[in-house]
Design a protein around this ligand. Structure first.
Ligand SMILES: NC(=O)c1ccc[n+]([C@@H]2O[C@H](COP(=O)([O-])OP(=O)(O)OC[C@H]3O[C@@H](n4cnc5c(N)ncnc54)[C@H](OP(=O)(O)O)[C@@H]3O)[C@@H](O)[C@H]2O)c1
Length: 271
């Protein structure tokens, strides 16, 4: 499994498995299939309410805990010092583990001082309950505020796909050694039908999904596609088997339409 080095020296698998909206037995089965297929990063969150099922699937897989990278997130209403510690304890318990590899602030919350939240996360890291600290849905301004606290942020998980390629944010993250993770990496299926993606898919004889995931990973971006279909889970995993040519990467770079799919009322993207 290809990994990407984080700024705290931990390695994150470049291809992970998304689990938003997977619940119950479907979640258990899908995570089991993903682990059997070879995925070694599972992305979850307290908000997904599926951490128990993920813990069960990991246990069933028979893999050692150290072989799997788990990302989880604390919900944006739980960002006070006390709530972060409590949420992380619950996450660890539900996942039946001792630690989370990467713990993210799910969404920024201007009502709770970022320094307080990050201080709690730093203490969790010092205690070994989390291995790396990150954020999600942070804009450049949010990241600047985080950097001012002096607490190291290793990852920013944001919506990123061909029709929403966040060039400025990517540049800022590169300049500050923050690795991006692309959520909704295939735009929940929408970008699979783009004409140029279809053409490149035909040229390489690879699925449209593999082309997009490969494009992301070629930019040192972690991709976490979600699927409950075993065929798609396996198909997406094959994305690591080939390389895209520079010209084709540039063609996909030109497909941006600022097509943002996830924009809840509490989002703060205009910051
Ligand atoms: N931090 C955040 O705020 C945030 C927000 C959104 C998502 N996320 C994370 O990112 C993960 C991925 O994002 P997402 O779930 O929004 O969307 P996504 O991964 O872009 O797309 C998922 C959809 O694509 C389909 N699909 C997957 N592989 C396919 C393939 N090879 N061919 C055709 N269709 C395929 C799936 O259907 P089938 O099940 O039928 O395959 C599903 O309907 C989430 O699960 C979650 O872990 C994080």
């Amino acid at each position: 499994m290809k990994t990407i080095k984080l700024n705290d020296n931990n390695d994150i698998p470049a291809l992970g498995f998304g689990t938003w909206q997977l619940s119950g037995q479907t979640c258990i089965d899908s995570v089991e299939t993903a682990l059997e297929t070879g995925y070694r990063q599972i992305d979850t969150a307290e908000m997904y309410e599926n951490q128990k099922e993920i813990g069960q699937a990991i246990k069933k897989s028979g893999l050692n805990r150290q072989e799997i990278f788990i990302t989880s997130k604390v919900w944006f209403t739980n960002l006070s010092y006390k709530e972060v510690i409590k949420a992380c304890d619950k996450t660890i318990q539900e996942l039946q583990t001792d630690y989370v590899d990467l713990y993210l602030i799910h969404w920024p919350n201007p009502e709770i001082p970022l320094k307080e939240t990050l201080q709690a996360m730093k203490e969790l890291k010092d205690k070994g309950q989390i291995k790396s600290i990150g954020v999600s849905n942070f804009t450049i301004n949010h990241l600047k505020e985080a950097l001012e606290t002096g607490i190291k942020i290793s990852n920013n998980q944001v919506e990123f796909h061909p029709s929403l390629n966040q060039k400025e944010l990517k540049k800022f993250c590169d300049q500050n050694q923050i690795i991006l993770t692309a959520y909704s990496p295939i735009a929940q299926g929408q970008d699979l039908d783009l004409k140029q993606i279809q053409e490149i898919s035909d040229k390489y004889n690879r699925s449209a999904s593999q082309i997009i995931l490969n494009w992301l990973i070629s930019k040192n971006i972690v991709a976490i596609p979600r699927s409950q279909n075993p065929y798609h889970i396996k198909d997406n995993f094959k994305t690591l088997e080939f390389d895209l040519e520079k010209d084709d990467i540039e063609k996909i770079d030109s497909l941006n339409q600022n097509n943002r799919l996830i924009n809840p009322s509490f989002a703060d993207f205009n910051n």
